[in-house]
Design a binder for this molecule. Sequence first.
Ligand code: PAF
Length: 287
Amino acid sequence: MPLSTIIAPMDLRAQILEWRLERKKIAFVPTMGALHMGHISLVEAARKQADRVVVSIFVNPMQFGPKEDFGNYPRMLAQDIAKLEAAGVDALFAPIAADIYPEGFQTFVSNNAINNILDGRSRPGHFDGVLTVVSKLFNLVQPDCAFFGKKDYQQLKVISNMVRDLSFPIEIVGCDTMREEDGLAMSSRNLRLTPAERQLAPKIYQGLSLIAEAYKAGERDFIKLTDLFKEELAQVQEFRLDSIDIRTQDRLAAFEGDGGVDKPAVALVAAHLGSVRLIDNLEFGAQ
Ligand code: PAF
């Protein structure tokens, strides 16, 4: 079946209704475009679990802060369509902003507990923007299951919590981060790195790997573990570290006291390289 590109929400509804009447299971992969192998791996996971796969491309203005890269975010619809077609996607939903945010728009989805820690602290309003658009897209696509990358670890948690709290009848599936050969996590923002910055960028993954190795060798002190990362990144003066945190995998809670890292953990980092803010994370510790 060839890929159909759908712009209008009404047309999307008609297509979804048709598939529902045929009792097809529908999977959804929301994206902001500039697709790479990380997105395609989500599509592949989606195809294994459902009869029809819908991908959305919408660069969501609400999740960008006033000083962030909304204007510079890479947009390449023609290439994206070719990649989705090759990956066997059934429908691309590429709405226009006026259909997502009609005049008078005033209702938001927010999560105060998790929104204001980690990336939510550095990017005020970011996760409200993500939750609001994802809940709108869920209502429009009405999928049975939706696929998100673990690269945006906090986003995956915030969305899973929203689905639980607001009873969306949707299974959320988290998929492993795809990495370039040198370890750099795949991200649309990598396109904005200069060639020189691209050479330096894998340092983030090297630093995260040091944490996991030290934990394996018996280190449990979260301050010593994060210091290892800071020392590694400090070797490259072009980096400006935004945050490095070690949290529990289940609730993103901070480790406290003498027990150190005593639960399955994840190290989450955000760092600026030139004009690009990169994020990455690595899970470690007993499962
Ligand atoms: O991960 C992304 O690309 C975006 O945050 C998402 C989930 C598509 C919402 O705009």
